[in-house]
Write a protein that binds this ligand. Structure first.
Ligand SMILES: C[S@@+](CC[C@H](N)C(=O)[O-])C[C@H]1O[C@@H](n2cnc3c(N)ncnc32)[C@H](O)[C@@H]1O
Length: 293
């Protein structure tokens, strides 16, 4: 089934749908003939949804109404089972853009974790592209495979999943890549691999949770002398309460998830131009014996 086609008018078996109750709580289910979805507010027979128009409103046996919509990828990712922590949709959207991922593109990622970013990458490269995912842990790889195959309704033809360390080079048969996304604790230890995997001009995006990882990765990239000056960013999405004159930011938000560190691979043999801006005083430790400052 092609979930990228929004024109399938009526709800059908295999559709992943999201039910939203009057309080805004969501339930995600895959439609199957003969099954019943049970909530503490009564049951809903899948058969009552099959053949209905997307956007219909259904009433459970307990009298609660639910809006029924096919899940978007962001709804699915937030509801799907997790092994490792997932990359949130707000960050996945930025990664796709920052890495220059486009239809027909070839992308390598590690680790696959729960497969959340994988789904975004696969959608972005489309049928003519390729995503190769490496995941160290076999149990997490299985979670990723299940989630990806559930979202795409089967194994995507444009996806290869390798179980093992990205530095093992199992991805090499599909190299070079237009982009590499590293989501792991120690991306600075995999920059030689990155240099071998990414074509000149291709993009490396590292997703890290802490400032120390960010700093260590940035300095390792500079030392490697094979990448453009890295840039760092983070995204915050703040939702708003909307009610009459009470229009204000919601009290709660997912403030910090991670940082993106973005850099492009230089041509073989090219050396990065000297940085014009001098580092700020105190940015680097003073070498022993240096009395110049
Ligand atoms: C935070 S999770 C990735 C989540 C994933 N990006 C997602 O959106 O679902 C980090 C994963 O990297 C894996 N990992 C760590 N080091 C690795 C390596 N050297 N090669 C491959 N996978 C690695 C871990 O096992 C873990 O599953």
């Amino acid at each position: 089934m092609d979930r990228t086609r929004p024109d399938r008018a009526l709800l059908a078996p295999g559709d992943i749908v999201q039910l939203t109750d009057p309080k805004g709580r969501h339930h995600t289910l895959t439609l199957e003939p003969g099954r019943t979805f049970h909530t503490h507010r009564g049951g809903i027979a899948h058969d009552d949804l099959l053949g209905q128009s997307e956007g219909c409103v259904i009433t459970s046996s307990g009298g609660t109404t639910y809006v029924v919509l096919r899940s978007h990828l962001e709804d699915f990712v937030l509801a799907m089972p997790r092994g490792a922590a997932v990359i949130y949709p707000k960050d996945a959207a930025r990664i796709v853009m920052a890495a220059g991922v486009r239809p027909g593109g070839r992308v390598l990622e590690a680790g696959a974790g729960s497969g959340a970013l994988t789904c975004s990458l696969l959608s972005a490269v489309g049928h003519d592209g390729l995503v190769v995912s490496c995941e160290l842990r076999a149990d997490f790889a299985e979670v990723a495979r299940t989630n990806v195959e559930r979202w795409f309704d089967g194994p995507p033809a444009n996806w290869n999943l390798h179980v093992g360390d990205i530095s093992d080079g199992a991805w090499a048969a599909d190299a070079p890549y237009d982009a590499l996304v590293l989501d792991m604790l120690d991306p600075w230890n995999h920059l030689e691999t990155a240099q071998a995997a990414v074509r000149p001009g291709g993009t490396l995006v590292c997703y890290v949770a802490t400032t120390t990882q960010l700093s260590q990765t940035a300095e390792a990239l500079r030392t490697a002398q094979a990448w453009t000056e890295p840039r760092a960013e983070e995204s915050m999405v703040r939702t708003w309460h909307l009610e009459g004159l009470a229009v204000r930011p919601d009290h709660r938000m997912i403030a910090h998830t991670g940082f993106l560190l973005i850099s492009r691979r230089l041509a073989d043999g090219a050396t990065p131009p000297l940085r014009r801006r001098r580092p700020a005083k105190g940015a680097y430790p003073v070498p022993e014996g240096d009395t110049s400052t």
